[in-house]
Design a protein around this ligand. Structure first.
Ligand SMILES: [Zn+2]
Length: 430
């Protein structure tokens, strides 16, 4: 057991090669630990002559809380002067990356701790700032400085065989609450977020993929997408040999969307107004989008009753049937059958007696038939992309929406991009 008071204090402060000068404790203020570096002698970096200490400057750094209390490290930084009259070096201030990184006003260990708390465990910047007793920017600046280095690690991802693109809404900003989209690039096999680029057009993902190089792109065997034209062009351009796979989630979502459009239109034509609580079709809206086999006997009976009352021409029923057939696509995994099934369903839905919404669904099925059927062969889906999306939604909730794309990208990648956390203790912050 250590009982020497100075040594005890040094052990508690826990920094290598510093001398603790004193501790200041004032009510309602952080605890202040005054330190200086232990090696008192420094040589001039130009001529090597032992330097004179010119003066000292106090730098206050946010540090980890001590025993639950916010703490500051007050570093008495020495300023040196070279005594050699002919030496051009003049004066300089000592530095020590073990104590504090350049340009940031916190200790090095606080910077690394923040990166893990916010980046890995998904805590909010303001929550961590409160724990440290400092402002939001101090925490966020540290997160960017350490986090970006961790994200840019060359070994974070290697060969990718199944690539997915997916759009995500990331912020509504300004007085018009403008919707801003970003595109996430995902390894759908490993469920790893590779990167996030601004917008949902093809330009940014194309540039990102091309920057990975020909060799990397040649390994991509499957390319998954929602039913979006821009992403299809990205894949045509960058990975023309990869099999494109439409994600089942988005195919079923489109069928449900068409069903909903149909319900609203019929509702409006019949009642002359938008859905109200007692209208049969409005009451049917949740039962309609539920999978048929998940409806109880009662639920099914209720649905048919509501359709009888609110859907005299059977239009909603027809679109509901179409949706169920689309879902049926994924009940089996025979690739050859899948293509003919999609083709037939697409054609059948072109029947002029069917409502416009069902015909529109049929046209989409025909336009995407190869990508839809390819799922049965590839068995890769955007599901990991959706998982990454959910993680990002969590990060967004925590941050109450992101103002800056840079913040958003770093947070999302630290959380869902599988950085190598074992590197955190050794990286040099930006
Ligand atoms: Zn000198």
């Amino acid at each position: 057991m250590e009982s020497n008071p100075i040594r005890m204090c040094e052990l508690l402060v826990g920094l290598p090669a510093v001398t603790v000068l004193g501790v200041v404790s004032r009510e309602n203020e952080p605890l202040r630990v005054h330190v200086e570096r232990a090696d008192a002698v420094a040589g001039c970096p130009v001529c090597g002559v032992i330097a004179h200490v010119k003066d000292r400057r106090r730098v206050e750094l946010v540090d980890l809380p001590s025993f639950g209390r916010p703490t500051r490290l007050v570093w008495h930084k020495r300023r040196f002067r070279c005594p050699e009259p002919t030496c051009p070096h003049g004066s300089w201030t000592e530095r020590d990356p073990l104590i504090a990184p350049r340009r940031l006003c916190l200790s090095d260990r606080a910077g690394r701790w923040i990166t893990e708390q916010v980046g890995r465990w998904g805590r909010s910047v303001s929550e961590v700032a409160k724990e440290l007793g400092c402002d939001w920017h101090t925490v966020n600046d540290a997160l960017l400085a350490y986090g970006e280095t961790l994200i840019d690690d060359e070994g974070r991802f290697g060969v990718v065989e199944a690539l997915g693109l997916d759009e995500v809404l990331f912020v509504r900003e300004g007085e018009y609450r403008r919707q801003c989209y970003s595109t996430q690039i995902v390894d759908v096999e490993r469920g790893q977020l590779l990167d996030v680029v601004p917008g949902r057009s093809g330009a940014a993902p194309t540039a990102w993929l091309q920057s990975q190089g020909e060799g990397w792109l040649a390994n991509v065997r499957y390319a998954t997408l929602d039913l979006s034209g821009p992403y299809r062009s990205v894949f045509n351009k960058t990975v023309p040999k990869a099999t494109q796979v439409a994600d089942p989630f988005h195919v079923v979502k489109l069928a449900n969307l068409k069903l909903d459009e149909c319900r609203r239109r019929v509702q409006n034509e019949l009642e002359g107004h938008r859905g109200r609580k007692h209208d049969p079709l409005y009451r049917a809206r949740l039962l309609l989008t539920k999978a048929d086999e998940r409806l109880s006997e009662n639920g099914r009976e209720k649905l048919m009753g509501l359709l009888n009352a609110g859907d005299p021409k059977g239009e909603v029923f027809a679109t509901w049937r179409a949706k169920e057939l689309v879902r049926g696509l994924y009940d089996h995994d025979d690739a050859a059958m899948a293509l003919s099934f999609v083709q037939r369903l697409g054609n059948d839905l072109q029947d002029p007696d069917l409502p416009e919404e069902a015909r529109s669904l049929g046209r989409s099925l025909l336009r995407w038939k190869h990508q839809i059927a390819a799922w049965h062969e590839a068995h890769v889906t955007n599901a990991p992309t959706e998982a990454a999306n959910n993680l990002i939604k969590r990060v967004k909730r925590v941050a109450f929406g992101f103002r800056s794309f840079r913040n958003y990208r770093i947070r999302a990648l630290l959380y869902a991009g599988k950085p190598n956390w074992s590197l955190l203790s050794t990286i040099t912050p930006r």
